[in-house]
Unconditional design. Structure first.
Length: 267
């Protein structure tokens, strides 16, 4: 579980650092998209730290019978769960916004592609803002999220999770389609088209993990009597998802790095 949290964050931080260094070195720093990606990567590192703390506080990854009685403070665990949710929500939105701005700057001659990119950018921006606000305000008062003894109301956990994850998956698919559509219209050899599409479409993995997370959460909500839900790696999939998305936004950088060692990817 810790490996799923720490290793992807380390790799994505390395790739983003190379991208930013290369942009500055080549005097090709794109202020808006590079800053958005940098902010997302900072949040990924914060998310990694808070997830590790949450694991420690909840004894995540242990069988229920291995956890000493009374060592888990469930109120504190829920506080860290809330913090993780608040941090996670804007990360994918920032990465998608950065990637979409990059695609918009390609200035496709096809007006339908151009307008579609702006529509997706607007949908992504609105869904990111709304999802983040709903996450923070899902309980009234907010403190009821981690202390149910406080009077108030909370959104149904299953409906909230399905709603937010569903929106993320829809925008994932929309963003995934665009680079393939753009490259399809370019006049270049098929081999180069396939290579370009591959490096611009890391989102396949991100969307796949998002869909698997959706399935895992649906199983969790159905298995309400499972005492051993802590013995799992499901929570780490969120960290893998955001780190892969960050790497995916740096497809060109990944290709450049590979080209340094493998001539096939150079040029």
């Amino acid at each position: 579980a810790l490996a799923l949290v720490i290793v992807p964050a380390a790799v994505s931080s390395f790739i983003v650092a190379i991208r930013l260094w290369k942009r500055v070195f080549d005097r090709d720093f794109a202020i808006v998209e590079d800053i958005l990606l940098f902010l997302a990567q900072v949040l990924i590192l914060v998310f990694t730290s808070t997830t590790c703390v949450a694991y420690q506080k909840s004894w995540y990854g242990y069988h229920y019978y291995e956890i000493p009685e009374g060592v888990v403070d469930h109120t504190e665990v829920q506080k860290w769960s809330f913090i993780n949710s608040v941090i996670y929500n804007p990360i994918l939105g920032l990465i998608k916004a950065s990637f979409l701005i990059t695609l918009i700057k390609l200035r496709s001659p096809n007006p339908l592609i151009h307008y579609s990119l702006w529509v997706i950018f607007t949908v992504n921006a609105l869904s990111t803002i709304v999802a983040s606000l709903v996450c923070i305000l899902q309980c009234r008062p907010i403190a009821r999220f981690w202390d149910r003894s406080i009077l108030g109301i909370c959104l149904d956990a299953a409906n909230y999770t399905y709603g937010t994850m569903g929106i993320v998956l829809v925008t994932d698919v929309m963003v995934l389609i665009m680079p393939i559509w753009i490259i399809y219209n370019l006049l270049m050899p098929l081999k180069r088209k396939l290579m370009a599409a591959a490096f611009l479409s890391f989102g396949f993995a991100v969307t796949g993990i998002g869909a698997y997370r959706f399935y895992m959460y649906s199983e969790r909500f159905e298995q309400t009597n499972n005492l051993d839900m802590n013995y799992d790696v499901r929570q780490g999939l969120s960290n893998v998802e955001v780190s892969l998305a960050s790497i995916g936004a740096c497809g060109g950088t990944v290709k450049w790095v590979l080209g340094l060692f493998i001539p096939f990817f150079a040029g």
